[in-house]
Design a protein around this ligand. Structure first.
Ligand code: NAP
Length: 279
């Protein structure tokens, strides 16, 4: 089976590495020649090119580019594909992508592997990135069942835990556990930077330890990805941010009123709530 990967970065390169090591013939396309050269030299793919024509023999193509490039790439890819090729993507937002791409190519399955690191590009590709992590597939009523089953089979080979849900449900859920945390963490860093006393900021920077490392990690990640998820999942992100702001106000009120009992009750609930997440 020939696997095509368009976009040889962190996610595309990591999928390519794993599928190659499981014996698939992996064909890669990326925008820069130097990325293609590196992917081939380091054995991430069997063959790489800047031309989509190499996808002609692919049975299943993963689109692993930034969100804004997915639809235009599928448009350019279509003339090179045979009719039964399955196309899937790994974009972090699903509703706009699934709507646009399913109209262009009915054999399309929206997907989102829930794994990543703070790095990007082909150098960031690693083996086993998806082991034990959720991989969401977002078929619609029109998506061919056989295509969904095939993508699920490959996602399982990556060691991922596969979930299926609608594109809108996906976007609302990931607003809570992925997109809101990016903004909450970024605003934490922004608020610290707004402290006027520079000596104090310097001291805080030296004292920062594991708690700050955990809470600032996603806010200090790839800015391009943060902008993309805000742009493509704007409504759901704003909805979660509004509820988050109300929650923050409630905590502020308890602290202002020195209502330690109410604060403790809230923190007991958050301690319990955290146990329900797949962490
Ligand atoms: P990335 O490391 O920046 O990789 C994307 C790669 O796509 C770039 O290295 C670039 O390669 C290539 N590219 C860009 N435009 C292209 C085009 N028009 N044609 C062909 N190749 C192109 O980004 P990533 O983190 O892997 O993210 C890729 C996708 O995965 C995004 O849609 C994102 O939403 C999704 N995702 C990300 C994460 C995460 O945590 N990072 C997690 C799950 C899903 P060149 O070097 O050739 O320019």
């Amino acid at each position: 089976m020939n696997i095509g990967i368009v976009g040889l970065g962190l996610i595309g390169g990591s999928i390519a590495l794993d599928l190659r090591s499981r014996g698939f013939n992996v064909l890669g396309v990326s925008s820069r020649q130097q990325t293609c050269d590196r992917a081939q030299e380091t054995g991430v793919v069997n063959q790489a090119s800047t031309h989509l024509s190499v996808m002609a023999t692919a049975d299943l193509v993963f689109i692993c580019t930034p969100l804004g490039a997915i639809e235009p790439i599928v448009q350019k890819l279509i003339p090179h594909l045979s009719g039964d090729t399955i196309v899937t993507d790994v974009g972090s937002v699903k509703t706009p992508i699934v709507q646009a791409v399913s109209d262009l190519w009915p054999n399309f399955v929206g997907g989102h592997p829930m794994a990543g690191t703070a790095q990007s590009g082909i150098e960031a590709a690693v083996r086993d990135l998806f082991v034990g992590r959720p991989y969401v597939l977002t078929p619609t009523a029109q998506t061919p069942e056989a295509a969904v089953d095939r993508v699920e089979e490959i996602a399982r080979l990556l060691g991922a835990l596969v979930y299926r849900c609608g594109p809108q449900e996906h976007d609302r859920a990931v607003a809570w556990i992925s997109h809101l945390p990016i903004v909450a963490s970024a605003t934490l860093l922004a608020a610290c930077a707004a402290e006027g006393d520079r000596d104090l900021v310097d001291l805080a920077q030296h004292l920062a330890s594991s708690g700050f490392r955990d809470t600032s990690r996603v806010g200090g990640g790839n800015p391009e990805l943060g902008v993309m998820v805000a742009k493509y999942n704007r409504e759901e992100l704003l909805r979660s941010l509004s509820i988050y702001r109300d929650s923050l106000d409630e905590f502020i009120s308890d602290i202002e009123a020195e209502n330690w009992q109410a604060l403790e009750q809230k923190l007991k609930l958050t301690q319990q709530a955290r146990e329900n997440y797949n962490l």
